[in-house]
Write a protein of this length. Structure first.
Length: 431
């Protein structure tokens, strides 16, 4: 659950109180226009009216019709690699992955059916994006440090630490813009050579003058302005007021403030206006299949230039592929248990789904049936509101939350970014 890499990780020992819920209705398809346009006043008012009319006899959160939602086993550390005995009857490049899923306990006939789905086409983008990100941050530290030193000498304020984080990318982009270059912010050998040449050709600051910036207090004021501007907050306020009956019921069930949940939905998906361009199952299946590094190696030829780099990329692809395989297993299990077609889920590049961008392995842990229709649908607003509330409750939102540190600690379990936390608290306060 992250703007760039969304990833999702006790209130009391008492059970949450039973919440009023809407009567069961016809089955819904995930990601259809009904939910993409769920911010409309008509649907919001209808949801509020149904909630007000249906006052008793509904299942407790986390259950449907008196039965538990079929559990999805969470990914286990040290789970087996993706490669192994292929599953017969599955087209390339999915055979090894299908065999691995069946060994995790998924029914072979349904696995075969999934990999024959129309629209399931391999894409190298998810794994390529992740490997480039990790390679830039963790592998090329010497080159990154060289670039940081040159930028400092040329007058750019930067921390020299060998880590290619957001500050380094921003400094590179400032240099590139100043010199009429494409501002991609990437650490490359070509950039290092250009900076070195520039540093040699003119007057520069000596490295002996560099002092690491003091570790100050974390910034608790900066926000993502596209979500926290006055006009943005006004838009969210209209959604929140239209759906306030849903949030009030969630508050009674979990004692989590409705504005807090609404602000998370706003930041994650624009309150349901954007669930992602990719199909979550396609992204996760492609990333899992990319545990076989040969499938994506041609896309990384610009950085895969020596045996050491290749070993790092190959090992990292195998680890990330196993993670994606476990997330795909959770997504498939959840979809089949709740009567969904797994190919219907729109999602992020790494497979996060729904209003709150839950990773599939967290659905069985925290998602609940808020509207009582005997299925969990994270693209349905009521289920999403109740699921986010349950997540926050289970991660420590309880009792007296007047301490800002306590509030921040809980939200950090949802997203570890300081600016994200600032934005959630600011927007929630504005509501």
């Amino acid at each position: 659950m992250d703007i760039t890499d969304m990833t999702v990780k006790a209130f009391t020992t008492d059970k949450p109180e039973r919440a009023a819920c809407a009567p069961a209705g016809p089955s819904r398809g995930l990601g259809r226009p009904l939910f993409r346009g769920a911010s409309g006043a008509g649907l919001a008012l209808a949801s509020a009216l149904l909630a007000a009319l249906f006052l008793a006899g509904c299942p407790a959160p986390g259950k449907t019709g008196g039965r538990e939602i079929a559990p999805v086993p969470p990914p286990e550390k040290g789970s087996p690699p993706v490669a192994g005995r292929p599953l017969s009857g599955v087209p390339a490049p999915w055979g090894d992955l299908a065999g691995s899923l069946s060994r995790l306990g998924l029914p072979e006939d349904r696995v075969r059916g999934f990999f024959r789905s129309e629209g399931l086409a391999f894409t190298p983008r998810p794994m390529e994006t992740k490997l480039r990100e990790l390679f830039g941050i963790f592998f090329r530290s010497d080159l990154t440090k060289q670039i940081q030193e040159s930028l400092y000498q040329l007058g750019y304020d930067i921390r020299i630490d060998g880590r290619n984080g957001s500050g380094t990318r921003a400094a590179i982009q400032r240099y590139q813009k100043d010199h009429g270059l494409a501002a991609d912010g990437r650490v490359t050998q070509a950039l290092a050579k250009a900076l070195d040449a520039a540093a040699r050709s003119g007057k520069v600051r000596p490295l002996s003058e560099y002092r690491p910036p003091p570790a100050g207090k974390p910034d608790r004021t900066s926000t993502h302005t596209q979500f926290s501007s006055p006009s943005a907050v006004a838009s969210l306020r209209a959604h929140y007021q239209a759906d306030k009956a849903i949030f009030d019921r969630m508050e009674r069930a979990y004692q989590v403030p409705g504005p807090l949940v609404a602000s998370i939905m706003w930041i994650e998906t624009g309150y349901g206006s954007y669930f992602g361009k990719a199909k979550a199952a396609v992204s996760l299946a492609s990333m899992a299949a990319s545990a076989d590094y040969s499938l994506i190696a041609p896309r990384l030829s610009d950085i895969d230039r020596d045996s050491e780099t290749r070993a790092y990329l190959s090992e990292t692809a195998a680890k990330r592929g196993a993670w994606a395989r476990d997330e795909l297993a959770a997504l498939l299990s959840f979809a089949w248990a709740n009567g969904h077609d797994p190919m219907e889920f729109p999602g992020s590049i790494y497979g996060a789904v729904g209003y709150g961008q839950f990773m599939p392995s967290n659905i069985s842990r925290y998602a609940v049936d808020g509207d009582g229709d005997q299925r969990i649908d994270l693209f349905e607003k009521t289920d999403a509101v109740f699921s986010i509330g349950n997540y926050l409750k289970e991660h420590g939102w309880s009792g007296d939350m007047s301490s800002e540190d306590k509030r921040r600690a809980v939200i950090r379990k949802y997203n570890n970014s300081g600016t994200y936390i600032n934005t959630v608290l600011y927007v929630a306060g504005a509501l």
